[in-house]
Design a binder for this molecule. Structure first.
Ligand SMILES: C[S@@+](CC[C@H](N)C(=O)[O-])C[C@H]1O[C@@H](n2cnc3c(N)ncnc32)[C@H](O)[C@@H]1O
Length: 263
């Protein structure tokens, strides 16, 4: 029998839309709203997820061997440590999430050896993450680090200072470190308004930002030459890059990503 839960969680709804099975009825109801009432909206999750994994791989190919995934979400069919370890077999990965459900599932499925940890913490309190024993043990801030904020800053309100959250890490990381940010982007279409309203209503937080606001989240870091662009168009894999590009759907326009390197 399905356990009961009164409120949906961001992580479980996102996972459900991506085809995951770890959810409650209340998550499924909201996921079904997106899938059925806003057909195509699952592309928001899908294109974001593909881009996060591409970003992680690009960081590993640039020589980074230690990663922090801020707001990692539930284990998915492919995860950051699996992608980066194809390039750097002994990469260290710290997954961070404030949702105890995510942390429990992550510890069971992601933390496959002592070089991976799943930390329960709030990304809005970066000091607590930096001080955490697992971060101290696995991340050496004298060497380049790769930090991923994949759509998580979309759940940080303006007064909670998303730029300050990123800047905290920028100030601690050495030259050659990378930060990837993806974020829900504002739009004026019916779909954009319905999606952002529903997310805010369901989770009590969730902020779509315009390009200038998202670029501001990078703080003193400078975006690479690709800049900020829809995740569906951000560094597509060679097979995806071949042939004429179809127009993006309204959904694909609503999630953008960018990568910055600390010079
Ligand atoms: C939509 S999921 C994205 C998962 C993954 N980053 C990805 O892009 O595929 C957002 C995740 O961020 C987590 N999250 C939201 N706010 C957070 C916070 N303040 N601190 C830590 N985790 C947070 C949620 O619990 C959820 O697991």
């Amino acid at each position: 029998m399905r356990a009961r839960q009164s409120r949906p969680s961001v992580a479980r709804v996102y996972s459900y839309v991506l085809g995951g099975r770890d959810n409650y009825g209340v998550d499924k109801d909201l996921g079904d709203y997106f899938i059925e009432d806003l057909p195509g909206s699952e592309l928001l999750a899908v294109t974001n997820r593909h881009a996060v994994l591409r970003a992680a791989r690009i960081m590993a190919e640039a020589g980074i061997h230690q990663f922090i995934d801020m707001g990692c979400g539930l284990p998915a069919s492919e995860n950051v440590h699996e992608v980066v370890r194809q390039v750097v077999p002994d990469a260290h990965v710290v997954y961070v999430d404030d949702d105890p459900f995510v942390v429990a599932h992550g510890r069971a499925l992601l933390a496959v050896d002592e070089r991976i940890a799943v930390v329960q913490a709030d990304i809005r309190d970066p000091g607590s993450i930096e001080k955490h024993d697992d971060v101290q043990r696995l991340i050496n801030f004298d060497e380049p680090v790769g930090i991923l904020f994949a759509v998580t800053l979309s759940f940080v309100n303006d007064e909670e200072d998303p730029t300050g959250v990123v800047q905290y890490w920028t100030d601690r990381m050495p030259s050659g470190s990378h930060v990837y940010i993806s974020h829900f982007r504002t739009g004026t279409t019916r779909e954009a308004v319905a999606t952002s309203n529903k997310i805010l209503e369901a989770f009590g937080r969730g902020r779509f930002r315009d390009d200038a606001e998202i670029i501001a989240c990078f703080g003193t870091l400078t975006l690479d030459e690709d800049g900020l662009r829809p995740c569906a168009r951000w560094r597509p894999a060679p097979s995806e890059a071949e042939g004429p590009k179809p127009e993006l759907t309204v959904w694909e326009e609503l999630v953008v990503g960018g990568l910055a390197r600390k010079p």
